[in-house]
Design a protein around this ligand. Structure first.
Ligand code: WQD
Length: 323
């Protein structure tokens, strides 16, 4: 297939592009490099430097080949920042995606895989979270993802665009074959913060709260390896093409690790002390989040393979230890 990967130079986008290339597809990456990196590009995939807000450039890119599908990963993803600067998230995540959908209609592209988020669920009402769980986002970032899911529903009905909306849990790790080494700038997520502390890029890190209702008092999350996520995109696209039917599914590991467990495993694997100071809770953090991925297993035959904590940390350390 010919695939346009929008946001393909980013952390998740580069792993997704690699997956599609490995499966023999032709990929074109479209990215404005605001957080994506040139070093995340592959020579087999043509690169178009463009912004999703520039409708004519975007439309032009969509007409450079007869594309079978768009993978859309071009979004901002810092939940905390979205609460302070909602305009930025409205503009990029909502207006930018509407541009993509409208340009796809004009260019005649009928399939889209969209990066949604577990943030659409908000505070869990039960665990593990399946796709029937109520969607009541607690942060503006999650709201933007949920709005786009609603747009997708309408474009499916009115314009016959089939979509796969993939609700990611906590993406982590690096390519198990070591082919992707681009580091996220100013990361706020747990794994890259731990890695930056382990390699000396920062002196110490903070643990946000140890008084939660969990076994060791720190928050539990479902960490999903990016290679597993990437495979989920390929299988989801195959599904919507084959069945001419849209889907909304969770992608997670179905495992839960506490912040302390992640830290301890990282200390063991890296051999570094990783200084961590416990501070107060971070606003909006639920105690525990884990995914049910039965639907992905049933519809896509997908299950996480690389999302044990050792592999998540080892593949990350392979990249960070050299900086
Ligand atoms: C994990 C745990 C922190 C940093 C985010 C998005 C969410 C979804 C998944 C994509 C929490 C703790 C963190 C630190 C810490 N993304 N922590 N010290 O918030 O669970 O989820 O990724 O759509 O929408 O919000 O991920 O990595 O920030 O935090 O103690 O320096 O680590 O409190 O318990 P989060 P995270």
């Amino acid at each position: 297939m010919n695939i346009l990967v929008i946001g393909g130079a980013g952390y998740i986008g580069s792993h997704v592009t690699r997956e599609f290339l490995d499966r023999g597809h032709n990929c074109v990456v479209y990215d404005n490099l605001s957080s994506g990196l040139r070093e995340n590009l592959f020579k087999e995939a043509k690169f178009i430097h463009g912004d999703i807000h520039d409708y004519q450039v975007l439309l032009g890119a969509m007409k450079t080949a007869s594309f079978d599908a768009i993978i859309h990963l071009a979004a901002f993803k810092a939940a905390g920042e979205s609460m302070l600067n909602p305009e930025k998230y409205s503009r990029n995540n909502i207006c930018g995606t509407v541009n993509i959908l409208n340009a796809a209609c004009e260019a005649g592209i009928k399939s889209i895989v969209f990066s949604s988020s577990a943030a659409v669920y908000g505070e869990p009402q039960y665990l593990p979270i399946d796709e029937k769980h109520p969607t009541l986002p607690e942060n503006y970032y999650g709201f933007t993802k949920l709005e786009i899911e609603r747009f997708l529903g309408w474009y499916d009905k009115l314009k016959n665009i089939r979509y796969a909306s993939l609700r990611y849990f906590n993406a982590a790790g690096y390519d198990i074959k070591g082919r992707i080494k681009g580091l996220e700038q100013n990361p706020a997520n747990l794994l890259p913060v731990i890695m930056e502390t382990a390699c000396g890029a920062r002196n110490s890190m903070q643990v946000f709260g140890d008084d939660y209702d969990t076994a060791d008092g720190t928050c539990v999350r479902d960490y999903i390896h990016v290679n597993d996520l990437a495979e989920g995109h390929a299988k989801a696209l195959e599904y919507i093409k084959k069945n001419d039917k849209s889907i909304t599914i969770n992608l997670g590991s179905e495992l839960g690790f506490s912040v302390t467990e992640v830290l301890e495993t990282a200390r063991k694997i890296t051999g570094q002390p990783i200084l961590a100071k416990t501070v107060g809770r971070r606003e909006g953090d639920p105690a525990k989040l884990t995914a049910s991925c039965s639907l992905a297993a049933e519809l896509l035959g997908w299950k996480a393979k690389y999302s044990d904590m050792e592999t998540l940390i080892k593949t990350s350390w392979d990249v960070y230890k050299n900086i």
